[in-house]
Ligand binder design. Structure first.
Ligand SMILES: *Cc1c(COP(=O)(O)O)cnc(C)c1O
Length: 376
């Protein structure tokens, strides 16, 4: 059996050695509670403070604009619900989002609808792009939030976040971006934009699972999601995940440090993989846009079943993802692929391949080879 190939980086990335090492003291000896008053609290408090400064610096934010959460899902839920609560004036308001968001944004929006809120879901074009003009015409005086992801996790399309945030700003609406797939992978500096809220998750850039953050622009009104002991300046109660926070800062620092190089390398691996697939003479389409995440390939094969391909590839030691989910016998094609109108002939045969820092040219060749063997 040939060595295993991991090509599902959009699901999660392996922990970076730098992050693991940075975390060790906080898992082993330094167990103090950063919010306590005793001697044991000092080192962890300092570590959390330094991690916050480091992360803020890497994103062009202020340290007091970074709030640690349990990951991307919590940060997204907090942005959506926290804005709705902060803007509630005795009657429900309005939220604008896109039809291709992650469930961590779509579900909180649907939750708000149960309480009478109005939600506009903007449709993307065939490449998955949300147009600033469409956003402009969707805005209302009572729009509490606009939430559009920075980069899509299924097809890799990168949005014009700066333009979209400007449109929201002109109308006086707060702008949130789920940047979980973007942070650590493509350049992003919040102070260069009108972004008010930004979600990130450590395990998508080589940090540990169960830790992330929400950037909240200074002065933006946001209600807390967790109420309790008052940690994170009263905005996010709960004892700090010290090891996670420190590991996330180390991983972010390393991924941003090698980003320029990795972008070029992954882009070339991506082209190589697509080229190899083409050489095999298979009938497929590549989903997404010119502006995309460097290591993500969403490919739809005519007349195939994506889930079967994923299962068979997994048996051969190759880990990738499908473009559909299975809910009790019924096959549901992903909302993202539907929204970008992938033709019927191809839509069910979608596979998402995501390459990352440990991926090699041999991996790309092997993936193409095995897929060709199965599709034939
Ligand atoms: C993974 C992911 C999330 C969820 O992040 P978790 O830290 O796993 O909760 C949210 N949004 C996008 C775009 C993602 O890819």
């Amino acid at each position: 059996m040939e060595p295993a190939v991991y090509a599902d980086y959009a699901a999660t990335a392996p922990l970076r050695e730098s992050a693991r090492q940075a975390m060790m003291p906080w898992l082993e000896r330094e167990f103090g509670n950063p919010s306590a008053a005793d001697t044991y609290s000092r080192a962890p408090r300092r570590a959390v403070l330094e991690a916050r400064e480091r992360i803020a610096g890497l994103l062009g934010a202020r340290p007091d604009e970074i709030f640690f959460t349990s990951g991307g899902t919590e940060a997204d839920n907090w942005a959506v619900k926290g804005r709705a609560w902060a803007c509630f004036r005795g009657r429900p308001g309005h939220v604008v989002t896109s039809a291709i968001e992650h469930p961590a944004v779509l579900e909180p929006c649907a939750f708000l609808e149960r309480f009478g809120w109005n939600v506009t879901r903007l449709c993307p074009d065939r490449e998955g792009r949300i147009s600033p003009e469409a956003l402009r015409s969707a805005l209302r005086p009572d729009t509490a939030l606009v939430s559009v992801m920075a980069a899509n996790n299924e097809i890799g399309t990168v949005q014009e976040i700066t333009a979209l945030a400007n449109v929201a700003k002109e109308a006086g609406a707060a702008f949130h971006t789920d940047a979980v797939q973007a942070v650590g992978h493509i350049p992003l500096r919040v102070n260069d934009t009108a972004v008010g809220l930004l979600s990130a998750s450590a395990h998508k850039f080589g940090g540990p699972k169960g830790i992330g953050f929400l950037y909240v622009r200074h002065g933006l009104a946001l209600e807390a999601l967790h109420h309790g002991g008052g940690q994170e300046r009263g905005m996010r109660s709960g004892t700090e995940n010290v090891a996670g926070i420190v590991g996330m800062a180390a991983a972010l620092s390393e991924s941003i440090g090698e980003m320029a190089q990795e972008q070029v390398r992954l882009e070339s691996l991506r082209s190589r993989l697509i080229g190899r697939l083409r050489e095999k003479g298979m009938d497929f389409v590549i989903n997404g846009s010119e502006r995309h995440l460097p290591g993500l390939v969403s490919v739809s094969f005519a007349g195939q079943d994506g889930r079967t391909l994923v299962y068979l590839l997994d048996r051969k030691g190759i880990a990738v993802a499908a473009g559909s989910a299975c809910h009790s016998q019924e096959i549901t094609v992903s909302h993202v692929l539907r929204a970008i109108c992938v033709p019927d002939k191809y839509i069910k045969g979608t596979v998402r391949i995501t390459l990352g820092r440990e991926s090699t040219e041999a991996d790309a060749d092997r993936i193409a080879e095995e897929i060709a063997g199965l599709v034939r």
